[in-house]
Design a binder for this molecule. Structure first.
Ligand SMILES: Nc1nc2c(ncn2[C@@H]2O[C@H](COP(=O)(O)OP(=O)(O)OP(=O)(O)O)[C@@H](O)[C@H]2O)c(=O)[nH]1
Ligand SMILES: [Mg+2]
Ligand SMILES: [Zn+2]
Ligand SMILES: [Zn+2]
Length: 397
């Protein structure tokens, strides 16, 4: 079924199905004409992409609802659909598949980029198998960037540098867009369900600069779910407890840098919201404490955070609530009780998670340990969001 309210998975602008544009194929048309490829100024300005492409064009609304249109220059028919705002090529069947846009936000160096790469890899492999799900990149740019990230992290053990600012034309970091297909039994029949997953990995430094505020307001207000990544190693109280030898973030912890990031994100959502600053935010928001490997020695062996993630086939709500409770207790020990209070005040649907993307502290020169990457509970927040969206089933609600 065609979706009436769409959001571009690349620029997060809202759009309607009759506003979608087209891009010429660039092939020789029957009339013998070939449209030249050049840099698309809109794509360059909005997404920082300078590659040479055939021309983009729009058609009147009724014709835009059709799958195909003829290029006004060469006359060739094309089915390449583009976003009217940023000119990114949209995934196949874009207006028929529900999109789930996830903004990943948090302070600089909190572990967002590493988290997204490890999460997607887990969704493609181990977790995907447990949920009968497959996750594939929808566009060449996502495919290339994700392959590059994965090779450097998994094959060469190199941790990504700081994500560049998203506020400048040149430094735009396009979201990674994947198609998630799940098989679910509906009335005794296997039905394949597809959704688009877009991960917008923000640059932590952007949260502190005014420059990129507009863009963040849009990404946050149009996202369907939010993952707030908080780094206990940036919280003074937790930092006292870390296992000796753990690699610490380069910047000294602020009074509570994690809370600062959370407050900033919340302000940005309120700025873009229609509900006013008084109402609680209704978007499902997962608050994720990363780098738990540095604090494992502090956890009781019976702690739910030390048990492997039990979610398989269905999201295990009881386990998730035990984790939520445990993280809340830990926050008290880490002098982070305000974080919990702040969430309760401002977010109607939120849950706390704890995980480790790497499974172990990186070496002093910031490389993955020789034992490789052993993620712990990384998919839990995403599975919760997917269960909130109704994409995966939840047990024990
Ligand atoms: N101990 C531990 N350290 C981690 C883990 N994940 C990331 N790190 C460390 O945190 C650093 C920053 O990770 P990134 O993913 O680049 O952080 P970011 O939030 O994307 O940072 P910005 O892009 O600057 O906002 C890495 O270089 C690692 O040193 C983890 O699971 N455990
Ligand atoms: Mg980053
Ligand atoms: Zn767009
Ligand atoms: Zn053409």
């Amino acid at each position: 079924m065609i979706q009436l309210r769409l959001v571009c998975p690349f620029c997060y602008e809202r759009l309607r199905p009759w506003q979608l544009g087209f891009r010429c194929t660039g092939r020789r048309s029957r009339a013998g004409k070939v449209c030249p490829s050049t840099t698309d100024p809109v794509l360059l300005e909005r997404m920082g992409r300078a590659e040479a492409l055939p021309p983009a064009f729009t058609v009147p609304p009724l014709r835009a609802l059709l799958r195909e249109a003829a290029c006004p220059d060469c006359g060739d028919g094309t089915r390449h659909r583009i976003c009217p705002h940023c000119h990114s090529e949209l995934p196949l069947h874009f207006s028929r598949i529900p999109s789930r846009l996830i903004a990943v936000v948090g302070a600089a160096e909190s572990g967002k980029t590493v988290y997204v790469i490890v999460l997607v890899r887990e969704l493609q492999q181990r977790v995907g198998a447990c949920f009968n799900a497959s996750v594939v990149a929808t566009d060449d740019l996502t495919r290339e960037r994700f392959a590059e990230y994965q090779q450097s992290l998994y094959d060469r053990g190199v941790l990504a540098g700081a994500t560049r600012s998203a506020g400048t034309t040149a430094g735009v970091v396009a979201p990674l867009v994947f198609r998630l297909s799940t098989d679910r039994r509906v009335l005794g029949r296997e039905r394949e369900r597809r959704s688009l997953l877009s991960f917008f990995d923000t640059a932590g430094e952007d949260l502190t600069s005014k420059r990129s505020v507009d863009m963040h307001v849009r990404y946050l207000t149009n996202a369907d779910g939010i993952i707030v990544v908080l780094d206990p190693l940036q919280m003074a109280g937790a930092r006292r407890l870390v296992t000796a030898g753990s690699r610490l973030p380069s910047r000294p912890p602020g009074v509570n840098r994690a809370l600062d990031a959370l407050v900033r994100v919340t302000e940005l959502i309120h700025e873009g919201g229609r509900s006013g600053a008084e109402a609680r935010i209704r978007k499902p928001t997962a608050v994720v404490f990363t780098k738990l490997d540095a604090l494992w020695s502090q956890l009781d062996s019976s702690s739910p955070l030390r048990q492997p993630s039990p979610h398989a086939g269905e999201f295990d709500t009881q386990d998730s609530l035990r984790v939520d409770e445990e993280v809340r207790a830990l926050l008290n020990e880490w002098d982070g009780a305000e974080i919990d209070q702040f969430m309760r005040h401002n977010y109607a649907r939120h849950r706390l998670f704890g995980l480790s993307a790497l499974g172990e502290t990186p070496s002093a020169d910031n490389r993955v340990s020789a034992r490789g990457i052993r993620p712990h509970r990384v998919a839990d927040p995403m599975l919760w969001l997917l269960s909130e969206f109704g994409v995966v089933a939840a047990r024990g609600r």
